[in-house]
Ligand binder design. Structure first.
Ligand code: UDX
Ligand code: UDX
Length: 471
């Protein structure tokens, strides 16, 4: 089965970059990315490539090559579904904020809407690919909707699960050179196998076949949740030890290096931090916990939930350390944040540690000033408002956003590093020190700065996972 037209519903951080790379690598396939959000589609079509809605190194280059050749961004969802042989669903699946499973289960309302729309519009057979991260067995719900809510025509649907493993900030690199591509499908039927092969052939254009793994749908769905849970668990594990290092004169970077050289453990995801963020880790672990509870597996649920409790502790601990170090009061004091994104090289702020640290400090009546190289001011206010801790006006009065890092740090009582942006390392720290209140406190939540040099300038420093003796 040869695929000529692809439609992707959802032009977000996953759908946008993934489709751009498929279009770049497969010029013979027409790829249309649709979204209900008009402003987002307009931004994807912007002539000025620096205004794309997603910031990812290298993305502009790929979009420039493929856009309006065989890559299109549109709000005409029905039209794109109708024309497509293969439809990717890449809409968001946020944690439920209401009803049963509130705060834990994934809200599948958008997925269901997509399935109903596909069923209503389709006049020819389609392969439907789950790209969004979904709880195990979602495919059966999608199948049931597709098979039972059609438009009267005899259309056949095949459902595949093809979870995305790209990490933001390195999305293009991860898409071009993935460790593996995972495709789950109905391996028990000839039609199912044919659908799997059709998707394998697309990836095989640029990914070596031995790295394309095929499984049944349920293994594929669960593997995505599991991969994120394992990664998050490593970060929580190293973060739990960062607190112990601060008490014992061990240094977390030395410990991480020492254990990481054991090839059984490996060196990645052992960087102590102010806590992990991002759209996936928390949501996926909550999903895993919820699914385990649904099956009555309470020990399994408790085991994974601990990863999240540790992460919440790490964010709160960082904020409280700032408060206690500043003589137990930050009321009216200016605390400058360098970084708001959940990690470097992205403008995504979902679940970023910075939001929670700011919230704790605002509770203590601190004045928070923020600089981030890629995050827009309005996004920061939206993030804070979403917590519902105080009114939108109070958030605007408490937090100010600067376009220049030196302005953000001027007159500050303390600086906190919340994101590991490379540019922070090369700032003129003497100049920053000269404009600050004294003692000039600095809290490095990402362990990226050269503390001995900063101490020579006069800063009073705290670095995650190191006791004073180690600087
Ligand atoms: C999302 C999920 O968060 C993630 O779990 C999954 O693996 C992939 O999809 P992301 O691309 O980062 O990731 O989400 P987001 O940037 O929010 O993009 C989703 C897009 O879908 C939005 O632009 C939204 O407008 C669009 N959408 C949502 C639709 O077009 N139709 C809908 O019904 C709902
Ligand atoms: C993650 C997975 O890596 C990816 O495979 C999946 O598709 C989506 O979820 P992402 O959320 O984009 O990707 O970022 P990731 O690089 O995994 O970082 C997540 C968080 O963990 C960030 O806040 C990061 O700063 C933090 N982190 C990561 C650490 O604190 N220490 C580390 O050593 C690694």
């Amino acid at each position: 089965m040869e695929i000529k037209n692809i439609c992707c519903i959802g032009a977000g951080y996953v759908g946008g970059p993934t489709m751009a790379v498929i279009a770049q690598k497969c010029p013979h396939i027409n790829v249309t990315v649709v979204d209900i959000n008009e402003a987002r589609i307009q931004a994807w079509n912007n002539d000025d490539l620096s205004k794309l809605p997603v910031y990812e190194p290298g993305l502009d280059h790929v979009v420039k090559e493929a856009r309006n050749r065989n890559l299109f961004f549109s709000t005409k969802v029905d039209q794109a579904i109708d024309k497509a042989d293969m439809i990717f669903i890449s809409v968001n699946t946020p944690t439920k904020t209401y009803g049963k499973g509130k705060g834990m289960a994934a809200d599948l309302k958008y997925i269901e809407l997509c399935a109903r729309q596909i069923a209503r519009v389709s006049k020819s057979d389609k392969i439907v690919v789950e790209k969004s991260t979904l709880p195990v067995r979602t495919a059966s719900a999608i199948k049931s909707i597709l098979d039972n809510t059609g438009n009267g025509t005899d259309v056949k649907f095949q459902i595949l699960s093809n979870p995305e493993f790209l990490a933001e900030g390195t999305a293009i690199e991860d898409l071009l050179h993935p460790d593996r591509v995972l495709i789950g499908g109905d391996i028990s039927t000839a039609e199912g196998k044919e659908a799997i092969d059709a998707l394998v052939n697309i990836y095989a254009t640029w990914v070596p076949e031995k790295q394309i793994l095929t499984t049944n749908v349920w293994s594929s769905e669960l593997s995505k949740l599991t991969a994120n849970a394992f990664l998050a668990q490593r970060v929580s594990s190293i973060n739990s030890l960062s607190e112990l290092c601060e008490k014992t004169e061990a240094d977390i970077n030395e410990v991480a290096k020492a254990i990481g050289m054991d090839s059984r453990i490996g060196s990645k995801f052992l960087k102590a931090s102010v806590g992990f963020g991002g759209s996936c880790f928390q949501k996926d672990i909550l999903n895993l916990v919820y699914i385990a509870k649904t099956y009555g597996l309470n020990e399994v649920a408790d085991y994974w939930e601990q990863v999240l409790l540790m992460n919440n502790h790490q964010k709160r601990r960082f904020a409280h350390n700032i408060i206690s170090t500043l003589f137990n009061t930050v009321s009216g004091k200016k605390i400058a944040f360098l970084g708001w994104a959940f990690k470097k090289d992205t403008n995504d702020t979902r679940e970023s540690a910075a939001i929670y640290v700011a919230d704790e400090l605002l509770n203590e009546q601190s004045k928070v000033s923020v600089f981030d190289p890629k995050v827009q001011k309005e996004q920061m206010y939206t993030d804070l408002d979403y917590l519902n801790t105080r009114s939108s006006e109070e958030n605007r009065a408490g937090l100010s956003v600067f376009k220049d890092p030196y302005e953000a740090c001027k007159d500050a009582h303390a600086i906190a590093i919340l994101t590991e942006w490379d540019e922070f390392k090369t700032y003129d720290w003497q100049k920053i020190y000269d404009t600050m209140q004294k003692p000039a406190f600095l809290f490095d939540g990402r362990g990226i700065l050269n503390i001995p040099e900063l101490e020579k300038i006069g800063f009073v420093c705290y670095k995650i996972g190191s006791s004073k003796h180690n600087y």
